[in-house]
Design a protein around this ligand. Structure first.
Ligand code: HEM
Length: 498
């Protein structure tokens, strides 16, 4: 079945629309479901799977028709068959027929841009090649060390309070700090930068100004690297043999920053929520039966940071999941419904430990090139946070938690927690939950002990501040004497980036 091409309908008068709870609520022309009106999208996807099988017709805002790909195998087939499906919205029939108005809420996803996410064939290879090789030389042990330090900084901001919002004060900050560092602008990381990214992605009324703020910072970085290349993502993009123009460099810095930011924020928040609300899960983590990276992987199955990706487009008439797809049709990459396809997960409670076949990073030629960075930020960051706050507890009822949902993603709004107040720690130290140390001033004069000395750093990166509160007298940590460790423990610490 092919979605009918419907003219935009709806009375526009909410009093004449069927109210929530009525069986006709959320239905559009042809009895098709409007995805954006669903109270629970997961429930709707299951209903659609039952009614239509692994590929179902549905409606977007303004009753624009769209296939939703629900099957795991069908999603994989779609992303891996570039001869039949592409990401170029310029071939999308409803757009070409004028059904999609310029102010359509999905326009930021729909509008074609000259970036790797929308490009195909040789042009995709050129742009994506530059992006992947800019990330290829990342030293993951060094990266994990930075992630731990950013975590220490962030925890230092609230550890003495005994309470925090782990979305607003942790999950939304850590990926920005790490990404600014990786891109080559560690000094640009600030609360304003986090706010600008959050605002841009939410599309609030200040989104345009926030987007301009981000683009200005990225434009400055691109120009600086053009003048003086450095060994960071921006420097490698500028010098790549693909010969990206200044605009292309800036646009790809934006794609990388925002793709990394949004997805990793959601991933961290989702894992932390499960840790705080499922005592069994936490016991497994504490008992060492499940390392944090496995908890991250389980979350990528159960609550993928992007629930769907908008969109793939059929290049020719074809068939998918028993449906006849016409050239020019649009298809949503159904990550969340694909991950719970009963054909691959008959028991949703069964652990997926060791299985990375989820769709959270897409697949095929557009598969996420930054997945290992996203995994590392979530894994090392959550590990370090739990080391600092082992007694962290949810500070509200679980059912008081709220999400901001769209067809594309689900974002936890707040994760309030409480814990016994803790002393600050030197950001260079291995995160620990040792008792509050004796006070000292951050500016004391003397020869630092070996464990106080900064770690050797890669020459490309500017020196780290000595402590998050350096420069003003603060109750500071007395670095603990290192306990003698066995060879295996030392290896594990080295491996985990301490
Ligand atoms: C948990 C974190 C992340 C998740 C869940 C995620 C997920 C995704 C998904 C679903 C896609 C689209 C794939 C497709 O169209 O088939 C994508 C594309 C992309 N992601 Fe990620 N991502 C994450 C982190 C990152 C990071 C950290 C970076 C960069 C450092 C990054 C850079 C990109 C880029 C550049 C693309 C476009 C690739 C292309 O079209 O060729 N992502 N990501």
């Amino acid at each position: 079945m092919t979605p009918e091409r419907h003219a935009p309908t709806g009375t526009g008068d909410p009093l004449l629309e069927p109210p929530p709870g009525c069986p006709a609520h959320g239905l559009g022309p042809g009895g098709l479901h409007r995805l954006h009106e669903a109270d629970d999208l997961d429930e709707l996807y299951e209903k659609l799977r039952e009614q239509h099988g692994p590929v179902a017709p549905a409606l977007l805002h303004d009753d624009v028709p769209m296939w939703v790909v629900l099957g795991h195998a069908e999603n994989l087939h779609m992303v891996s068959t570039p001869a039949q499906f592409c990401r170029d919205s310029r071939i999308w029939t409803p757009l070409n027929e004028g059904m999609v108005k310029p102010d359509h809420p999905l326009m930021p996803h729909i509008a074609w841009q000259p970036i790797c996410s929308h490009a195909e064939g040789e042009e995709h290879k050129r742009l994506r090649g530059a992006v992947t090789s800019a990330m290829a030389d990342i030293d993951y042990r060094e990266l994990r060390r930075h992630i731990k330090r950013y975590t220490q900084r962030l925890v230092n901001r609230f550890c003495e309070e005994g309470r925090a919002d782990l979305v607003g004060q942790f999950a939304e900050h850590l990926p920005m700090g790490v990404m600014c560092h990786l891109l080559g602008m560690p000094d640009a990381y600030s609360d304003r930068m986090v706010e600008a990214a959050r605002d841009t992605l939410k599309g609030t009324e200040t989104a345009i100004a926030s987007h301009a703020y981000l683009m200005e910072a990225l434009g400055r970085l691109a120009a600086e690297r053009r003048a003086r290349p450095e060994d960071d993502i921006a420097g490698r993009l500028v010098t790549h043999p693909a010969g990206l123009t200044d605009d292309e460099v800036r646009e790809h810095l934006r794609v990388v920053l925002l793709a990394a930011y949004e997805a990793t924020v959601n991933l961290i928040a989702n894992v932390l929520r499960v840790v705080l609300t499922h005592p069994g899960f936490r016991a497994q983590l504490n008992g060492g039966q499940m390392p944090v990276y496995e908890a991250v992987e389980q979350s990528l199955w159960d609550e993928p940071p992007f629930s769907t990706v908008f969109a793939y487009f059929a290049k020719q008439d074809t068939e998918l999941g028993g449906q006849r797809i016409r050239a020019g049709d649009g298809l949503l990459l159904g990550i969340a419904p694909g991950n719970v396809d009963p054909r691959i997960r008959p028991d949703l409670d069964a652990s997926m430990q060791g299985n990375r076949a989820h769709l959270a990073f897409g697949g095929g030629p557009h598969e996420c090139p930054g997945q290992d960075i996203g995994r590392a930020i979530a894994d090392a960051g959550i590990d370090a946070l739990l080391m600092r706050l082992p007694d962290v507890q949810l500070a509200c009822d679980e059912d008081e938690l709220r999400w901001r949902s769209s067809i594309a993603s689900r974002h936890l709004v707040e994760l309030p927690v409480r814990f016994e107040p803790k002393a600050q720690q030197d950001i260079r130290q291995q995160p620990s939950h040792a008792p509050a140390p004796a006070q000292r001033t951050a500016w004391h004069v003397g020869i630092p002990r070996p464990e106080e000395r900064p770690e050797p750093k890669a020459p490309a990166h500017p020196p780290e501040p000595v402590s998050f509160t350096a420069g003003r007298p603060q109750p500071g940590p007395e670095p603990q004497q290192p306990r003698p460790r066995g060879a295996w423990q030392r290896f594990l610490l080295w491996w985990r980036g301490y």
